[in-house]
Design a protein around this ligand. Structure first.
Ligand SMILES: Nc1ncnc2c1ncn2[C@@H]1O[C@H](COP(=O)(O)OP(=O)(O)OP(=O)(O)O)[C@@H](O)[C@H]1O
Length: 345
């Protein structure tokens, strides 16, 4: 690829960063060393990894909340180390997981707290501050809630308020610690889509830690994949799936990661084999149900039981020991198979 006219694109750079905990005067627990990572302008990066991999430690170290064991973090070329609170707050904003319980503050007031690094010690908001607050509320679609109290809002809306506060802080880097933690699926999707759009439209860098592998695979520009004592793997989500990194990191005897669909599939103990004829959507869900029931599903003839999908009528025909019956739902199919299996025993 040809290099085009180059403005500074790297918003966050970690230089030979070592993260961990001092455990005495000489001892330290080093979780990772020589971490060299970059986030560019307009990119959304998801930090993924199993429990205990060190995600929170890395986030805190990048943000300057925790000192590095070695190395440093630069935001727009400025080292975070040894900067005071106000200086750091102009370089990066952080959205934490904790539920916000400040019921007596309005949405506008909370978002206005994002302007603190820029206001005088009295905290008086200038016209520019007020414009930035309104713009931030508009970005997350909550301008009409500006005068509502925060406890009048749903969890999803509260999370958007905190994102607006980070936007009002107007930093090149926004960091979020598990931003979808307390939300239902539509709100989780909404927050990820919002963050992705904001990264693109505002040209900021967004770094978030998450356990939502499926959402991260769909929404992230880049994934930082952490596992204990291994170098961080970096790549587009699809590259990390194709090269087996996702599968390797989340390897577990209870489930498998299916590279074709990006889903985790639970492993069930297989009791016996069954033939399934038919494919498509009905076949996919029937296969899933049969696997859960403990069947090894095959399209070949195996044993004496066969399930034939009648897609036109949405029925399941079961041929077993010379007899044929029809079921009108997967629930009925499983009920029949369970009973016929217990009669055989
Ligand atoms: N204050 C501390 N002192 C010493 N060790 C710590 C401290 N905090 C965390 N650790 C250890 O560092 C390791 C990484 O913890 P961390 O919380 O960064 O992982 P994580 O990937 O964020 O985990 P999770 O997904 O469960 O939130 C863990 O083994 C943990 O026990």
């Amino acid at each position: 690829m040809k290099a085009e006219k180059k403005e500074i694109q790297d918003i966050l750079v970690t230089q030979d960063l070592s993260i961990g905990y001092k455990q005495g005067k000489k001892e330290s627990l080093c979780l990772l060393s020589d971490v060299n990572l970059t986030i560019r302008r307009g990119e959304m990066v998801c930090l993924l990894g199993p429990n205990g991999a060190g995600k929170s430690t890395l986030m805190r170290t990048i943000a300057g909340i925790q000192p590095p064991l070695a190395g440093c973090t630069l935001v727009e070329g400025i080292p975070i180390k040894d900067r005071n609170y106000k200086e750091i707050a102009q370089l990066l904003s952080i959205v934490l997981t904790e539920r916000i319980n400040v019921g007596n503050l309005t949405v506008y007031h909370i978002v206005s707290l994002g302007r603190h690094p820029y206001t005088s010690w009295m905290g008086k908001l200038s016209n520019e501050d007020n414009e930035k607050i309104k713009w931030a509320l508009e970005q997350v679609g909550l301008l009409h809630y500006a005068n509502n109290f925060i406890n009048e809002l749903s969890d999803g809306e509260r999370q958007r308020v905190m994102i607006a506060k980070a936007l009002a802080q107007d930093t090149p880097l926004i960091m979020l610690d598990e931003p979808t933690a307390h939300l239902d699926l539509p709100n989780r999707v909404e927050i990820m889509r919002l963050l992705h759009r904001l990264a693109r439209e505002t040209n900021k860098a967004i770094l978030l830690s998450t356990h939502e592998l499926d959402l991260a695979l769909q929404a992230a520009d880049l994934i930082w994949l952490m596992s204990r004592n291994e170098p961080v793997k970096v790549g587009a989500p699809e590259d990390l799936v194709l090269n087996g990194s996702i599968e390797g990191t989340f390897h577990n005897k209870s489930f498998n990661f299916d590279r074709k669909t990006g889903n985790f599939i639970m492993n069930y103990q297989k009791k016996q084999s069954i033939q399934l004829l038919g494919n498509d959507v009905m076949g996919f869900w029937t296969q899933r149900a049969l696997s859960r029931e403990g069947y090894q599903v095959s399209c070949e003839q195996v044993g004496d039981c066969c399930v034939n999908l009648l897609e036109d009528t949405m029925e399941w025909e079961v041929k077993q020991n010379g007899s044929t019956i029809k079921c009108v739902s997967i629930q009925e199919l499983l009920f029949y198979l369970r009973n016929s299996l217990s009669k055989e025993k």
